[in-house]
Design a protein around this ligand. Structure first.
Ligand code: ADP
Length: 238
C-alpha cells in the first residue's frame, strides 16, 4: 500500500528525515510514534504530498506520488491542527466538505456516534477543543477510502468519544483498510495498533508488533518499552 524509499527532508539546516525507508503492505493499524520533533508529521505530510522531500521516492499502491494529486482521493486525512473558518456552522462545514469530495458519506451515523447533533447549528468558533476534534474526526472518517491517515485523533477527546474512535478504527480495519495513526495516548496505541513504527533521528528505528517491541526492549510494560526506546536518542525531547 505504501512504499517510502530513502526519503530525506531538511527544513533549512534542520535535517528531519534522513534516509527513511518504510514499507506497509497489508491492511491494519500502524501507530507512528517517536519523540516530539522526530518527524512524524513530516513523514505523514510527505506521504500526502503536502511536504516535498529533498530526495527519495514515495509510492502508494505502486504508483509514485510525485506531481500527482489524484491519489489523495483515496486517502482520508485527519490533520493534527484543524483550522476551521470560525464563522461557519458545523453543519455548513460538513456540507462543504461533502460537496468538495463528491463521494458517498457516512456523516449521519458519525454525528450520532460522537453526540454532535446538538452542535450542528453552532458556529465553529464557539466549540470547545474536544468538540472541534470530534467534528474533525467526522470529516476525516465519513468517506470510504482504503487509506486513513490520522494525526493525533485522540487529542482532547473525552472517554466516550475515545471508545467510539477505537470501535470505528476496529471496524475499518476489519474492512481491510490501512490506518496510519499518531497518538500520545499510549494506552490507546496499545489497544488498537497492530504495528508500531518508531521514528528516531530521521529514520525508522523500530517497526514491528507490540510483542516484538517488548522483546527488543526487554520491557513487558508497553509504556516502559517506549520509554526504553526513546532513551536511545541523545537529545530526547519526549
Ligand atoms: P513530530 O510530528 O514528530 O513532532 P514534526 O514532523 O512536526 O515532528 O517536526 C519535525 C521537525 O521539523 C521539528 O524540528 C519542526 O520544527 C520541523 N518542521 C516541521 N515542519 C516545518 C516547516 N514547515 N518549516 C520548518 N521546520 C519545520
Amino acid at each position: 500500500m505504501i512504499q517510502v524509499t530513502d526519503i530525506h527532508k531538511k527544513f533549512g539546516k534542520n535535517t528531519v528525515l534522513s534516509g527513511l525507508d518504510l514499507s506497509i503492505n497489508g491492511g491494519g493499524i500502524f501507530a507512528v510514534l517517536g519523540p516530539n520533533g522526530s518527524g512524524k508529521t513530516t513523514l505523514i505530510k510527505s506521504i500526502l504530498g503536502m511536504v516535498i522531500a529533498n530526495k527519495g521516492t514515495i509510492a502508494i499502491k505502486g504508483n509514485s506520488v510525485k506531481n500527482k494529486w489524484r491519489y489523495r482521493k483515496e486517502i482520508n486525512y485527519l490533520p493534527q491542527i484543524a483550522n476551521f473558518p470560525g464563522n461557519l456552522k458545523v453543519k455548513e462545514l460538513i456540507r462543504m466538505i461533502i460537496d468538495l469530495r463528491q463521494k458517498p458519506n457516512d456523516s449521519e451515523n458519525l454525528l450520532d456516534l460522537f453526540g454532535l447533533r446538538p452542535f450542528l447549528n453552532k458556529k465553529l468558533s464557539t466549540l470547545s477543543g474536544g468538540t472541534k476534534q470530534k467534528v474533525n474526526i467526522v470529516l476525516a472518517l465519513m468517506f470510504d477510502s482504503p487509506l486513513l491517515i490520522l494525526d493525533e485523533p485522540t487529542t482532547g477527546l473525552d472517554p466516550a468519544a475515545l471508545i467510539q474512535l477505537k470501535k470505528i478504527l476496529g471496524q475499518e480495519k476489519k474492512k481491510g483498510k490501512t490506518i496510519l495513526v499518531t497518538s500520545h495516548i499510549l494506552r490507546f496505541v496499545e489497544e488498537v495498533a497492530d504495528e508500531i513504527i518508531y521514528l528516531l533521528e530521521g529514520k525508522i528505528y523500530f517497526k514491528g508488533t507490540i510483542q516484538e517491541l517488548r522483546e527488543k526492549t526487554q520491557q513487558n510494560d508497553f509504556e516502559h518499552a517506549i520509554a526504553t526506546i526513546a532513551g536511545h536518542q541523545p537529545n530526547n525531547h519526549a
